[in-house]
Design a protein around this ligand. Sequence first.
Ligand SMILES: *[C@@H]1O[C@H](CO)[C@@H](O)[C@H](O)[C@H]1NC(C)=O
Length: 312
Amino acid sequence: MRPSAVLLLLIVAASGSAAAHGRPAAVSLAARFWEQAMPGTLMPEAIADLVKKGNDHAPGTEHYPALPGISVCGAWTGMCTASLAAATGIFFHKAQLRVGSTMTLSFPAEPEPPILPHAVAENLPFANLTAVLSTFNIPPGSTEARHVAATLRLCRSPPHPGELKACAASLETTVRVAVDMLGAADHGAWWAATSEIPASGGLPRQLYGVQGVTELDGDRFVGCHKVPFPYRVYQCHMTAGVSDKVYVVSLRGLGGGGGPNAEMLAFCHLDTAKWSPAHPAFEVLRVRPGTPVCHFMPYANPVFGKKKATKP
Ligand SMILES: *[C@@H]1O[C@H](CO)[C@@H](O)[C@H](O)[C@H]1NC(C)=O
C-alpha cells in the first residue's frame, strides 16, 4: 500500500489537509486524481457511487460484513466454491457468447463496502489481522475473522505463473496498480469500465437473453475483484499474454416482469491450460484445463484496459 508515484504523494498530502476542512473534498480529490492518472477516461458510475459512499460514511459507522460475495469467483482467489459459482451462473462457455443464446443468472445486490478516501485507508490497519479485527469489532475465531484472514493470505500470496496481482484499498491505489500493470506509455489508449447492473436489486434469478456482444479493444486487461474485508479492498490482476478477451454483453431479463436489463462485462480466458484443475470454473462448466472459460464481472468490479496500438 505504499504510494510510489510523485503524483500520489502530492494527492495524499493534499487530502490530508482537505480532511481537516471537512470530508467532501475527498470526492473531488479522487475525481481529480482519476483525471490526472487516466486522462480522457470516465470514472465508472458504480465506482463513483462507492467513492461518494466512502466519503459520506466514516468507516465503522456502518458495519459491512467481511464475507465472500460472488466477486471472489472472478479471479482464482481460492474462496469461490463451485456451489456459489453455479448458483449465480457467473461462469459460461464461450459458445454461449452470441446473440440469441440464453442463460440463467442470479446476481442479487450484496452489501457493498465503500471505497475509502485514500488518506483514511492509509491510516487504517490492513496487513495486521489482530488490528483489523479489533478496529472493526470482529470477534476473533468468527466466520468473518476467517474471511479477513483469507483475504490477507490472498493479498500476500505470490501471483500465479504469468500473472501480475496486487491488492488495493483506495481508488488511488487501484488506479495506480492498474496503470502500472498496463504500462505507463501511451496512456491515451486507456479505458475503464464496470458492468452496468441495477444497483438496487441486482439481477434476480431468471433466464436472460443475450441481445448483443461487443468485444472491447485491448491486448491487456486488469480486472479488479472485491474481496472480503470490512472496507473495500480489490484484488487486481492481469494475466500477461494475448489470450484474454473482454466483452460487453447486453442482457435482457426474460422473466414475466420484463427486465431488468444489464450491460455485463465479461472476460473470456482462452488459454486455461496452466490453471489449477481445482478451479471451480472447470467443475461448473464440466470442462478440463485448456478449455476457454468465460465469466461475468459482478457489480462495481472495475476492468482497466489499454487499446491495441494502431499500426502505422
Ligand atoms: C498488530 O496489531 C496489534 C494490535 O493493535 C499490536 O499489538 C501488534 O503489535 C501488531 N503487530 C505487528 C506485527 O505490527
